[in-house]
Design a protein around this ligand. Structure first.
Ligand SMILES: [Zn+2]
Length: 119
């Protein structure tokens, strides 16, 4: 797929799925970008000029079937570096209001799964 004209959510999804595949020995296919939100890291650290992206996407995770994922991606402008990418389970494993910056994005409740915006 060409990256030219790729949406923010699409680019985050592609990078995050690649990151997840490399770290979990499972190929994510049928990537379905759901939504993403960008905010400045400056809100968290005054000296940090990067942008932080929180993204949700769905993907076919082989034996796990189609699952919803959350990822945190940093970049100097466009999304570039995946910090965390986690598979979300049932509704008890995620929340849409435990992040200071996003509304409508499903964030994992487990600690250590994202660094920016955690309430
Ligand atoms: Zn968030």
């Amino acid at each position: 797929m060409a990256s030219r004209g790729e949406s923010q959510t699409g680019r985050c999804t592609r990078l995050a799925a690649q990151h997840y595949s490399e770290n979990h020995d499972v190929d994510l296919t049928d990537l379905d970008p759901v939504d993403s939100h960008a905010f400045s890291c400056r809100w968290v650290d005054a000296g940090d000029n990067r942008l932080c992206f929180h993204v949700n996407f769905r993907a076919d995770a082989g034996p796990h079937g189609t699952q919803l994922f959350f990822a945190e991606v940093l970049g100097d402008g466009p999304p570039k570096s995946v910090q965390h990418c986690v598979m979300l389970g049932g509704q008890s494993t995620w929340s849409t209001n435990n992040c200071t910056f996003c509304s409508g994005i499903c964030h994992p409740k487990a600690s250590g799964t994202f660094d920016f915006g955690r309430k």
